[in-house]
Write a protein that binds this ligand. Sequence first.
Ligand code: PXL
Length: 282
Amino acid sequence: MTSSATNTNSPAIALTIAGSEATGGAGAQADLKTFQELGVFGIVNLTCIVSFDPKDNWNHRFVPVDQQVIADQLEATTAAYGPASGAPKVLDTVKIGMLGSPATISTVAQALTDTTFKNVVLDPVLICKGQEPGHALDTDTALKESILPLATFVTPNHFESESLSGMEIKDVEDLKEAARKIHAISGAAVLAKGGVRLGGSDAVDVFFDGTTLEVLSAPKVGEVAVSGAGCSLAAAVAAELAKGATPLEAARTAKAFVTEGIKNRVTSGAPFTALWQGGAAK
Ligand code: PXL
């Protein structure tokens, strides 16, 4: 087969702009495994490298990728698969994970402005454990100001939903109100995650896209958060959107995918478990 031969069955394509988490549970690794499981050709543009520190309570050691290198990755990816690339199947879906610094946020915001993608799924990773608080606050503000308005779908967890909505979330009614508020400020479809943080026997998330409000519920699997659940959920949403699902269908499929991944989670020497993306296929 020559390089110009076209595969008429070519898969949907999705890009994750995310950080590496060295133990493979979260970040770009979780995203790529999720894309693969869901039948999507995955691409990673790396923003940073996180290595947990077992000598310091497993806090995050964070190293940013050089800004020019981030811009280079985005340039290469867009030229090969972007909307103007002439590729038979274009990349129109991007997932955004950990950006980690105001500089990276501005590089990524520029790329998202230069190229219009149909689906921009934002996992608004606000706080990285072990990050210097002043720096984390700058990053959170930059994320809200320059990336949130570009998102078409956002997946805040309990803490991020409180931060983005400016309200305390104690139960599912609060989570519904927060989802409405986050939609109002972003214009995006919102999947606000209660997860294990709200009381009760179910892990409850709320979807709201400006018209439809749906509570997605599944029995809790334990009471402790599993590493990679947030990344995998947003990546699964992106994969489903890339394949043509509606936002609500994508949210439902992603919730089911993550629930199976949590049921089949992986244990290690670290004091947390990691979601297994192969769980749903088992
Ligand atoms: O789960 C959030 C997350 C995202 N991206 C990277 C991470 C983490 C958490 O550890 O390390 C790179």
